[in-house]
Write a protein of this length. Structure first.
Length: 270
């Protein structure tokens, strides 16, 4: 059996967590990532029958029965993932309609998955209903998107249009726009359910005064999705107090739709 530390999914998870920390998105133990794995790729590195322990999840996710996930741990610092992945990461398999998770690798200090695990799994469930290729859910605290929720209306259409107007690539990268939640208590099933509902119509969900959730087919795509929105928010925060002389118009965004073969969210452009 191969060494799990050489698995492409492990190498990329470590690289991504480190990159997110270096970007300043995941201070202290802020942020979390979950990557859905195929059983066949897990079997190359681990024995699915060798369960280290079982961890209750505190929720139900029948659609994820038997699914495998590589996930960051609760209370773990992203800056330490590259130095001690076996402590800060874990591979689990859901069972009992998602109410329990069998630990197959990791969390060697006795820890467990992120406290946002319910929100992650509910978002995975929602995204799979939209796109079967979506395998990643990523949560972090990008400073400019966070700042934007203090000074910009939280209306989803207006929030989205502002981001689209900041960078030409934005409407191409996330044509479905950005959904927004008001401040809610984190680590609860309630915010998980609300996030999952928003995930049905967009891959980006902003948690006001907290951070953002992103979903995608792989770690690169999801990281790039958040990175693009954060760059747009950075530009907005630099110019929000200034008179806007120029902008990307709706007509120009329609040109981008035709050029890149994408369709902006219905009703968001004139």
């Amino acid at each position: 059996m191969k060494d799990v530390m050489t698995a492409p999914f492990m190498v990329e998870m470590i690289r991504t967590a480190t990159n997110m920390y270096d970007h300043g998105w995941d201070e202290r133990n802020g942020g979390n990532i979950s990557l859905m794995l195929e059983e066949k790729e897990v079997k190359e590195y681990l024995d699915p029958g060798a369960v280290l322990r079982t961890i209750p999840t505190g929720f139900e996710a029948p659609a994820l029965e038997g699914k495998y996930f590589l996930v960051t741990g609760t209370g773990k610092y992203f800056k330490n993932v590259q130095y001690a992945p076996e402590v800060n990461l874990g591979i689990v398999r859901l069972r009992d309609n998602g109410q329990n998770a069998d630990l197959l690798w990791g969390f060697t200090d006795g820890g467990k998955f992120t406290s946002e695990f319910p929100a992650h799994m509910m978002s995975h469930e929602a995204r799979l209903g939209v796109d079967a290729e979506n395998r990643v859910v990523m949560h972090c605290h990008p400073a400019n998107l966070l700042a934007m929720t203090y000074v910009h209306t939280l209306d989803e259409k207006e929030f989205t249009r502002t981001l689209w107007q900041m960078c030409t690539e934005c409407i191409v990268v996330f044509p479905e726009g950005v959904n927004v939640l008001p401040w809610m208590l984190c680590g609860t099933n309630e915010i998980g359910e609300a996030t999952a509902e928003k995930m049905k119509t967009a891959r980006l969900v902003v948690w006001s005064q907290h951070g953002i959730y992103g979903a995608g087919k792989d770690l690169d795509e999801t990281f790039g999705l958040i990175e693009t929105a954060e760059k747009a928010a950075e530009i907005y925060m630099k110019i929000a107090h200034l008179p806007r002389v120029n902008t990307i118009t709706d007509e120009q965004m329609h040109q981008l739709e035709k050029r890149f073969g994408i369709k902006a969210r219905e009703g968001y452009l004139d």
